[in-house]
Write a protein that binds this ligand. Structure first.
Ligand SMILES: [Zn+2]
Length: 287
């Protein structure tokens, strides 16, 4: 376990430093991880929430004239709002998926549009861009070839669960096929998630993710085999593996999240003809 205290740059490897933003929470774990890649030229991945102290820590940890790029994994609001302040301080190029991804309140001008197969090249490194929809339609992962590390944004996390919410553009089928593509990266050494510590056994983690989702799918199909159920009832039947013995097993704050996950699974299962009904007429369409 490396230091997850906010505001303190910690060296992850020769080329990578991490600074945790001061936004811990249920969904963000210890806070958003901001990564600094490179030495002579620096790419900042996910500058995080707009917090003056956090931006100062980034600039101090990288030396401001060396920050050349600000890269966004996606536009959820715990990842990008510091970009403007950081750009003012450094003059760096802001790069994200698509021209100006109009989603999640994102309103900054993107200087460089990134797409699958692009490479962000610094003096000491190359960051290969993977477009990985599933958690968010505009989600990118960055593969650092020199260290065989994958920056996974929110697609793979350590300690918290990745939410695939149809309400926010989440897509379970796309999510799993993006995971499948990650599993095909040869000699992947580590995963650097946007929340939580370094994942040193990426193959094991990815296999766990797939196994967990497959298990949920089987549970949903089984629950529906008895007859139609609303999403809330499916959640109560499935999420029993959590502590405190609450009805449904989940703390209130997580019930909505669980409903979203179940809804995402149902959309996928319906497309595969494994459950009946359509999104709008099925009994599980609303809570
Ligand atoms: Zn996110």
């Amino acid at each position: 376990m490396t230091n997850m205290a906010p505001g303190v740059p910690s060296a992850i490897s020769q080329l990578v430093r991490r600074i945790v933003a001061p936004n811990p929470g249920l969904m963000t774990g210890p806070g958003t991880n901001t990564y600094l890649v490179g030495v002579d030229e620096v790419a900042v991945i996910d500058p995080g929430p707009d917090d003056a102290g956090h931006v100062e820590a980034i600039v101090g940890g990288a030396m401001k004239e060396r920050v050349r790029w600000i890269l966004l994994t996606h536009t959820h609001p715990d990842h990008w709002p510091a970009a403007e302040r950081l750009q003012k301080a450094t003059g760096a190029t802001l790069a994200a998926f698509g021209k100006s991804p109009k989603a999640d309140g994102f309103d900054l001008k993107v200087d460089r549009e990134l797409n699958e197969g692009d490479v962000v090249e610094g003096t000491e490194f190359g960051l290969n861009v993977m477009h990985t929809p599933g958690h968010a339609p505009n989600h990118l992962c960055f593969f650092l070839e020199e260290e065989r590390s994958l920056f996974t944004g929110d697609h793979v996390l350590n300690g918290t669960t990745t939410v695939v919410s149809p309400r926010r553009g989440g897509d379970m089928a796309a999510y799993l096929s993006s995971v499948d593509r990650m599993q095909k990266i040869k000699r992947l050494a580590r995963i650097l998630p946007a929340h939580g510590d370094v994942i040193d056994e990426p193959a094991m983690k990815l296999a766990e993710y797939v196994k967990h989702r497959k298990m949920r799918e089987r549970q949903i199909v089984a629950a529906l085999s008895e007859g139609p159920l609303r999403i809330g009832a499916i959640v109560a039947a499935l999420y029993t593996d959590t502590p405190k013995g609450r009805p449904g097993g989940l703390p209130a704050g997580l019930i909505d999240m669980a409903k979203q996950q179940v809804h995402a699974h149902l959309i996928k299962l319906r497309a595969e003809n494994k459950v009946e009904g359509t999104t709008f007429t099925a009994p599980w369409a609303s809570s």
